[in-house]
Design a protein around this ligand. Structure first.
Ligand code: DGJ
Length: 560
């Protein structure tokens, strides 16, 4: 006698097989997918690259459509083009094998009605390390769905990744979700990407100490990991390579033989098995509907040890381990809540990993997005708890995303070709010098200029992007920066400002506004994007021989 849940599971498997065949045959690029453009990796939708100007919903917001409903108009008013929204395992599968996709359907329907795309976040086995979104039938059956354990043997509210039962239950639900999305959205592609789990990582201890984990920790490092490390030895992330170097790059052995004894090895071990588990789930989903899939990471607070911070997540120093363990995961993404935005962008824009920022603290300046798109070819940017951002009319994100919407075609065209730079300035870094083509650009914080309008307190974060349109023509966009120009090489020439126009880019076409050659550019001495708003200015430069350049001289006033 075949019981109902078993019948339902068999049915799903058959559906998956059928769709797997049809999608394998239809691998023609019509689905959202990732594609290289020079050194950048871009998200392609309908044959065109897409820049995600996103916002992520607060955790509970997508569990009640009535609660979410009033916020949709705000999202379009804020110029967002994508919402990142959770899908909760416990709500789509309240009873084993019985699925309810009403919330997902409503999300898709509302997003479409507001001309928005969706990135869905699978709150499955893990959400911020914990297993709080596992269904009650999982939580209450500890025998069948075992927990991770601390070093002293205590069970945690964290499903262990060393259990096939845990993994398979999650994978079945995830495949059912992807199957449903395929059936309701396989043509329209409102859903463009999926995050598998949320901020995976081990807490309390650096690794799980359940019985299976201990057994596997005593075993050999799997050939899959050893093979990857040997093959990619020259290009491994430097901080990871350094660890392996300390054992003379041992090519086999138990975990502590290959990587040494310490929390770092506990973390590497755990990263491998978190990666394998997540890969299995992603593969189950992709086999029915192969959208791009990524995992996100909670970052490390300065001075914290593995286990104090969520150990073994897709962190920069573990990217190689995750890549070897989880080939179905397309990239690793940072959730940036720290001020050190630049540092984390740099750490994730390495070793071929494309930068996508699914979460950034919504108290951070949206000028970060200009920097990430230009300097790191970011695929997307998304403040967290977007619905709580307040009045779209006065919110700085609205204006920043308006400018980025105008520039998106140009940004996408230039990503990956060394024709753009991004800058971020604050009180600790109030000036910088960047180079593009034949010119060097000295960019400084607006507050270093005597005539700037300053607000009280800590100087705000300012910055922007410079896009080279032609050898002597540049678009500069952002807020709160003053830019002067020099020839890049010491060729005895001086760089002069031919003209500056402010303007808008409409459907990718530049529409000039005011000519800014007077007070607005300090009579041709510099380009100035005021700090109280976001704007775009186009500048034509030229070079002239051996003059005496009018310097800004006593206008200079350094930030304290
Ligand atoms: C990061 C998590 O990924 C989010 O789901 C949410 O918990 C935020 N932290 C809260 O700051």
């Amino acid at each position: 006698m075949i019981t109902w849940p078993v019948r339902k599971t068999l049915f799903l498997i058959l559906c998956m097989l059928a769709f797997h065949v049809s999608f394998a045959q239809r691998n023609d690029g019509s689905l959202p997918h990732l594609m290289k453009n020079g050194t950048a990796t871009q998200l392609m939708i309908g044959g065109k690259p897409f820049l995600i100007l996103g916002g992520e919903l607060g955790n509970s917001t997508a569990s009640d459509m009535a609660y979410l409903r009033p916020f949709w108009p705000n999202f379009t008013e804020m110029n967002l083009n994508t919402i990142l929204a959770p899908v909760y395992w416990e709500l789509i599968e309240p009873e084993e094998g019985r699925y309810n996709f009403a919330l997902v359907d409503s999300l898709i329907h509302s997003a479409r009605a507001h001309n928005l795309r969706l990135v869905l976040l699978w709150f499955g086995s893990w959400k911020n390390s914990m297993s709080c979104y596992a269904p009650l039938w999982v939580k209450t059956d500890q025998k069948r769905f075992p927990r991770a354990r601390t070093k002293d043997g205590r069970a945690l509210e964290i499903l262990t990744p060393f259990s096939d039962e845990n993994r398979n239950a999650d994978a079945r639900a995830f495949a059912a979700l992807m199957n449903h999305i395929r059936s309701v959205d396989g043509k329209e592609h409102t859903v463009i990407m999926v995050q598998v789990e949320n901020e995976i990582g081990m807490l309390h201890d650096a690794r799980d100490y359940c019985e299976e984990a201990n057994e596997w920790f005593a075993g050999q490092v799997p050939a899959g990991l050893m093979g990857y490390l040997q093959k990619n030895k020259a290009s491994l992330i430097p901080e990871f390579r350094q660890i392996w170097q300390q054992t003379g790059f041992r090519s086999s052995g138990a975990w502590e033989e290959v990587f040494g004894v310490g929390l770092h090895t506990d973390e590497i071990f755990m990263a491998w098995y978190f990666g394998r588990y997540t890969d299995y789930i992603a593969e189950a989903g992709k086999s029915v509907y192969p959208l791009p899939m990524y995992v996100n990471a909670a970052l490390i607070r300065p001075g914290y040890r593995p286990g104090q911070y969520p150990s073994a997540g897709p962190l920069p120093h573990l990217m190689d381990v995750w890549r070897a363990a989880a080939p179905q995961i397309d990239f690793f993404a940072p959730d940036i809540y720290f001020k050190s935005f630049v540092e984390w962008c740099e750490k994730y824009d390495r070793s071929g990993n494309p930068l996508f920022i699914p979460e950034v603290g919504n108290n951070q300046s949206p000028v970060n997005a200009f920097y990430a798109f230009a300097q790191h070819n970011a695929m997307g940017y998304s403040p967290f708890s977007i619905e709580s951002l307040g009045n779209p009319e006065t919110n700085p994100l609205t204006k920043a995303y308006d400018v980025l919407t105008q520039l998106a075609p140009l940004i996408l065209h230039n990503q990956g070709h060394e024709r753009m730079v991004g800058v971020l300035l604050d009180s600790a870094h109030h000036k910088t010098r960047v180079k593009l083509g034949d010119y060097a650009f000295n960019v400084r914080h607006e507050y270093s200029w005597a005539y700037a309008h300053k607000s009280e307190g800590e100087p705000p974060r300012f910055g922007g992007m410079i896009i080279m349109l032609a050898p002597d023509e540049f678009l500069i966009a952002g807020c709160g920066i003053i830019v002067t120009f020099e020839p890049r090489r010491n060729n005895g020439m001086i760089a002069g400002i031919g003209r500056i126009d402010e303007g808008r880019s409409i459907d990718g076409k530049w529409t000039p506004g005011r000519r800014m050659n007077g007070d607005q550019s300090h009579q041709g001495r510099h380009l100035h994007l005021p700090g109280h708003t976001y704007g775009i200015q186009k500048i034509k430069l030229y070079m002239y021989e051996y003059g005496i350049q009018l310097m800004e001289g006593n206008d200079e006033e350094e930030l304290e």
